[in-house]
Design a protein around this ligand. Structure first.
Ligand SMILES: Cc1cc2nc3c(=O)[nH]c(=O)nc-3n(C[C@H](O)[C@H](O)[C@H](O)COP(=O)(O)O)c2cc1C
Length: 167
């Protein structure tokens, strides 16, 4: 693993957290990282719902079938997209989501991507809890906090997936 890319390999899905809150400075840095993502024609079709209220975090855990850990997270971020702003909102919001997760690792926090878009019932439920207007898509929900578990950095490099010059 190239040490110049350490932060990429250090990003792992962290699903357990301590009770320490995520600072407002860190929240701001994560949002800046999200909005630094590339987007088609630089349309930046994203919106971010920041959740630190425990009751809201618990309500999200209740409606996401694989998101129970967000009940104990210091921070939730719902990455939403405006399909009227870009027909590539899914890719753009995915780029923003990954940027935030890499920034999470860079700040010494831990987090995990909870999939929403592509599962209409999850998207609907999260939209309802957070009061997101109907016309916006919910790409992902991020569960973030001070890590309560450790995972080693790794690449999953697999040469069989690489095709040179042509498939
Ligand atoms: C689109 C997408 C949806 C995911 N949804 C969930 C989820 O609902 N719950 C969860 O615990 N992890 C979820 N994950 C995290 C994956 O399980 C995780 O990235 C994968 O197992 C690889 O582990 P790593 O992130 O530590 O490299 C999701 C990841 C992606 C990219």
């Amino acid at each position: 693993m190239d040490p110049r890319l350490d932060i990429i390999f250090a990003r792992r899905s962290i699903r357990a957290y301590s009770t320490e809150p995520v600072s407002e400075d860190d929240i701001q840095s994560l949002l800046q990282a999200g909005m630094a993502a590339p987007s088609a024609s630089n349309r930046q079709p994203w919106h971010f719902v920041v959740i630190t209220d425990r009751q809201q975090l618990r309500a999200l855990a209740d409606v996401h079938p694989y998101g129970k850990m967000i009940a104990d997270a210091g921070l939730g971020i719902a990455v939403c997209g405006d399909p009227q702003a870009s027909d590539m909102w899914v890719q753009d919001c995915s780029a923003a989501t990954e940027n935030i997760l890499i920034a999470v690792a860079g700040l010494g926090l831990g987090g995990v991507w909870l999939g929403c878009h592509g599962r209409p019932e999850r998207e609907r439920a999260v939209r309802q809890v957070l009061g997101i207007p109907e016309r916006f898509g919910v790409l992902s929900l991020l569960s973030i906090g001070h890590p309560g578990e450790e995972k080693p950095p790794r690449t999953q490099y697999d040469p069989s997936r690489v095709h040179r010059q042509a498939w």
